[in-house]
Design a protein around this ligand. Structure first.
Ligand code: UDP
Length: 243
């Protein structure tokens, strides 16, 4: 893998964190300790000179599907999910600023007293000024996911890669927590990922990346070195691109 003059394989990244990454032991709610762990990982890569933007999900608080399954209107349930991502974004901002990582939160749904509205050019300016930018509110539209928001924002800010941070060290043909024989992929094409219905991201997000040739890298967030290694161009996790 080629690296730039700073020795980096990727200069600007969009990190997609699921809401679960922020949750406590039971997989629910917000754990400030978890937020601190995430902040430390982000600081490590930020100090390498990488521009970091983040999209955070809300599965730890609310998913539109939960409401839908209980008979709620889908759009209303989805708006609740988007609002929940802003709570997660604020928890991350707080943890980042506690370790002196300059951060701005932008929300796709306007709420000016807690976050800046999403303005693409302003987000880019923050990155140029070495600030971490956290995008809350998903895409601002119901019927989408924060994976799709991550793909969209990555393209808008000119990210070199979308890094999907997970609990496992890449994409497997089966759930590695349930099947010892599960095989890990080091490299996949977008089309294979879609056809095999591998659980990388939802199909809307993958299609968007495919159409715009944005590589997706799936890495383990909890492996202390994985993110840094990936940014230096070492082979970690699973890379999804044109194949
Ligand atoms: N959501 C939405 N539009 C978006 C992004 C998110 O409606 O552009 C809603 C949707 O209901 C989703 C919830 O917000 O279930 C939380 O996002 P997601 O499920 O992607 O979170 P994650 O699984 O990453 O924690």
């Amino acid at each position: 893998m080629t690296t730039n003059k700073n020795g980096l394989a990727y200069q600007r990244i969009l990190l997609k964190l699921s809401g679960e990454a922020l949750a406590g032991e039971e997989g629910l709610g917000i754990s400030p300790d978890r937020a601190t762990d995430i902040a430390q990982r982000v600081k490590q890569v930020h100090e390498m000179g990488v521009d970091v933007a983040i999209v955070i999900g809300a599965g730890n608080l609310w998913r539109g599907r939960t409401g839908l399954n209980a008979g709620m209107d889908r759009a209303t349930a989805d708006y609740m999910g988007m609002l929940a991502t802003v709570m997660n974004a604020l928890a991350l901002m707080d943890a980042f600023e506690r370790i002196n990582l300059m951060t701005r939160v932008q929300s796709a749904i306007e709420m000016r007293s807690v976050a800046e509205p999403y303005i693409r050019r302003r987000a880019i300016r923050h990155l140029e000024k070495n600030r971490v930018v956290i995008f809350g509110g998903g895409t601002g539209n119901p019927f989408f996911s924060t994976d799709t928001a991550a793909a969209l924002r990555a393209m808008e800010i000119g990210a070199d890669v979308l890094i999907k941070a997970t609990k496992v060290d890449g994409v497997y043909d089966k759930d590695p927590n349930q099947h010892v024989e599960a095989k890990k992929f080091e490299h996949l094409s977008y089309i294979d990922t879609l056809n095999r219905r591998l659980e990388v991201m939802d199909s809307t997000a993958i299609s968007l990346c495919m159409e715009n040739k944005l590589p997706i890298l799936v890495v383990n967030l909890w492996d202390e070195k994985a993110l840094a290694k990936a940014l230096l161009g070492e082979k970690v996790g699973t890379l999804v691109d044109e194949g």
